[in-house]
Design a protein. Sequence first.
Length: 685
Amino acid sequence: MTRVCIDIGGTFTDCIVLEDDGSLYEFKAPTTPGNPVVGLVNSLEKAAMALEGKLKEFLARVELLIHGTTLATNTLITGRGARTGMITTENFRDIIEMRRGLRDQEVSMYNLFIPPYNPLVPRRWRLGVKERVRYDGEILTPLSKDAVVEAARKLQGQGVESIAVCFLHSYKNPVHENIAKEICEEVFAPGRVTMSHEVLPVWREFERFSTTVVSAYLEPVVSDYLMGLSERLAALGFKGTLLMMLASGLVQPPEQCLGRAVYLLSSGPAAAPSSALYFGSEVNAENLISMDMGGTSLDVCVIREGAVPTTTDAWIGDHRVAIKMVDIHSVGAGGGSIAWVDSLGLLRVGPDSAGADPGPACYGVGDQPTVTDADVALGYVPVDFFLGGEITLSLDAAKAALAKIGNKLGIDVIESAQAVFDTANSFMADQITEVCTKRGIDVRDFTLVAGGGAGPVHAAAIAAQLGLKRVIVPSVAALYSAFGMLNMDLGRDYSRSWVSRADGIDPAVVDRLYQEMEEEARTALGRTYINEEEIVFERSAEMRYVGQYHEVEVPIAQGPITKEVLSQAVEELHKKHHSLYTFSMPWLSAEFLTFRLRASSRRREFSLADIPEGSSQPLEGALKARRRCRFGGDWIDTPIFDGEKLLRGNVIDGPAIIEDRTTTTVVPENCQLSVDRNRNYHLVF
């Protein structure tokens, strides 16, 4: 079976092809922001040209295509979503604007000029209608159908393109939302109505309303893209299964994403930690820091004891998103990040990026100095072998752009390049430290797994600043997230809120909730031709001590729910709380908030092809050249090795440069690189 994974990033579209014999092929094409499908097809055409000759013949034998995209994230961050309206319970239209009244933690406490939150739905497009459902699901006030009709027509007349329906306590009883959707689709437009109980059927109105509004804002863009992509692939001869990467770390068919566009946020980056787990397992490392540095951003995920962390407490920009997502910290720090001097005369790097268009100055189109330009000027990145020689870089253009920084700082071009390189590394190291510190983790106890096209260039320098002893650079580092999709399970997360103290909850109620979710999962996964016996259920519950603000997710045993099972969950709360915060409070009463179910079908196992074994010394043919590179403030005549000619067991002492078709690995002084059986590089200090 031929499997293909495609990840559309801000700069490049990555394509990985895995054959049955374990052969892995990597391809990159520039991302086309105006129409991402073009870049996707271009990457497939490159794969077909290399492996089959014709695109239709190649796609005809592809049985599985997994796709991750930053489309939803970019649409939300750039504010290019649909004109969105909201129909909600009368007198509750301001919930999404009042929020929780919490101060933004990312803004300095001394900043007295924080701008007010600008909601995705302006107040004039938030319309209340008469209806009321109690917290227990009892209907107090029937829905006014005439009010819904009037609201839908009013929004349509004002040019609204998508509607979010958010009623109080609809997670308990969705009947009013279902009626409102039927009316809106008849009066307004089919496929452009998003219901809160389908997006996030859990308690806390602000979180549910905000997440639903975000989903409605993204829905037209995402649904048009998914349908256009499916039609385009079918026209090209693809008859296999298309799966979309979700924020939760699972994959599912595109038709099941319709109406739930918010689940495609962080679609690509969510796969990166699975890559780290795969390569970390090769050296029995369970405590890992996954670093994915592409052309636009840096994505960091801390993995403890082999478990990829998830969160329901995410913010995308200023917008609250409460779905379960892989817990990834993203910042604007990539190869295309632009260097600039602020009003205080200090050098800054990012968050703005040159992206794919116009790209770094060394591409020959743009003129803004970027991290990649610094890498080129310092000799780390080759001008004649970038992307395997497909793109010829201009050293002169890179230096000309960096000279702008030098003129402002009063230093020469090379010092400017070194300053940009060091500043970018320090910023990324600080971000990793921040993530670890907030979790009470000593970063020195972890192994860094470096992915992304720019990651291997900077990984060793970042590790040295952090005091790490080992770095793993995967053979597929430049297509890090795309490879992680091969390691994904097919499935979906489900949730039901039921707030109750642990000493008073009815086990029969909890058992019913899980039975409902499992039946819903069997129906959904059954549409993907998965046999029922292949479905694996994982139960959990969000719990907290009575009076506590934050909750902790704990596992729930399979089988019938009994008092003993729920008591065991309370014990798990104490253990998990102590693990996270170094203390527990068993003398306090506990309460259940939300019950969760992860339904999935295990991925098909695969293994990569082994490379030939060699001695500790690389073959003479692996040394392709020598180039002057800057290490420790000095220019050093540095050996340049061809990564494709390295063998298992080869050992290289720094300083050295390893050039592969899709990335470059920098081995600094006082560092040693070894090659494993799958051509992954292990850097040890």
